[in-house]
Design a protein around this ligand. Structure first.
Ligand code: ASP
Length: 325
């Protein structure tokens, strides 16, 4: 039986998808009622000090572009920034010296697309959108994603810059693999936008952890972990050690907490506490950024140093996030 036929026969009541009534009892069947938006629209907000990217998204929103287009426009700035060693062109390679990129996007209708471990393509958030809009799939990985990009007219480029190569050769001398994300790094860029019509979308793009194992994929291209959007409720993005975000499905958790009445700030704090409670040694960073339908913002990280860049009312400013330590 092919995949599509399996799903349709399952949903037609073969008994495969029976849900016990007592499990449903705990799930609120209504979204909380939100009062009209008191915060001026549009809004663009990105992880870290990505001022230029948030401003680019803001400008795009002001021109009347939708939230998804604007989020992708903003992150494209960092994907093309050769000095940013954690996103796009110029990103740090894996331990074999190959730069591989991960990205995902999610729009206000709940549609999403993702690419993982892609070589030679700079604008992988845009590519994730193409996967969403031009294929019947959600995720394309590796060589398949690269081939699809070329078919779609993307130019193949060598993403390993001279500087990244030199740093990698230096790293090879000791080969110490300690994925600490420190405050001085840009790290993954996640962008959340609310457009003039009040619709929410987001994009998340990264080169992943520097000197990762070949084939390693983090949270950033995984819907629900690196990014989640629910247009009725809000959206969240993550940065930091992806393995920890995946284990708690961080961005989905935050949006669901907001659905149950938490503010974006409370939701980010609860998601960070969920990670902390299972770890004896906290020598790593995770940061979450969230927004609700009303345009309220929340951010929280494990370690100090996490910041975000907010475009609102024609201005883009960097803010410090609160942290657990
Ligand atoms: N979250 C990214 C990953 O684990 C890394 C980062 O944010 O810098 O791949």
């Amino acid at each position: 039986m092919n995949r599509r036929r399996f799903f349709s026969s399952a949903s037609l009541g073969g008994g495969v998808l029976l849900v016990q009534p007592q499990l449903l009892a705990n799930i609120p069947n209504k979204s909380p009622k939100l009062s009209p938006n008191p915060n001026p629209l549009p809004i663009a907000i990105s992880t870290w000090n990505n001022i230029k990217a948030s401003k680019t998204s803001g400008d795009s929103l002001e021109r009347g572009e939708d939230a998804l287009t604007s989020a992708i426009d903003g992150v494209a700035v960092e994907e093309a920034n050769l000095t940013n060693r954690t996103v796009g062109n110029g990103g740090a390679p894996d331990r074999s010296g190959t730069v591989t990129l991960d990205a995902c996007v999610m729009d206000s209708t709940g549609n999403c697309g993702s690419v993982m471990a892609v070589e030679n393509i700079v604008h992988v958030a845009s590519l994730a959108r193409d996967v969403m809009e031009k294929t019947p799939h959600v995720i394309l990985a590796g060589n398949g994603a690269r081939k699809f990009a070329i078919q779609q007219g993307y130019t193949a480029v060598d993403l390993l810059t001279t500087q990244s190569r030199e740093l990698w050769l230096e790293w090879l001398r000791n080969q110490e693999y300690k994925p600490v994300i420190n405050a001085g790094n840009h790290d993954t860029i996640g962008m959340l936008c609310i457009d003039k019509s009040g619709n929410i979308a987001g994009a998340c793009t990264t080169s992943g952890l520097a000197y990762k194992m070949e084939g390693r994929v983090g949270d950033s291209p995984i819907i629900g972990s690196g990014l989640f959007v629910d247009n009725e409720i809000g959206a969240a993005v993550a940065t930091g050690v992806g393995e920890e975000v995946i284990k708690t499905v961080g961005s989905f958790l935050i949006v669901e907490l907001i659905r149950q009445g938490a503010s974006p700030q409370q939701a980010c704090q609860t998601a960070i506490q969920r990670i902390i409670k299972n770890r004896k040694k906290l020598d790593f960073q995770v940061g979450f950024l969230a927004i609700n339908k009303q345009g309220e913002i929340g951010s929280y990280s494990i370690q100090k140093g996490f910041t975000y860049a907010l475009y609102r009312n024609g201005e883009t400013k960097e803010f410090n996030s609160k942290s657990a330590y």
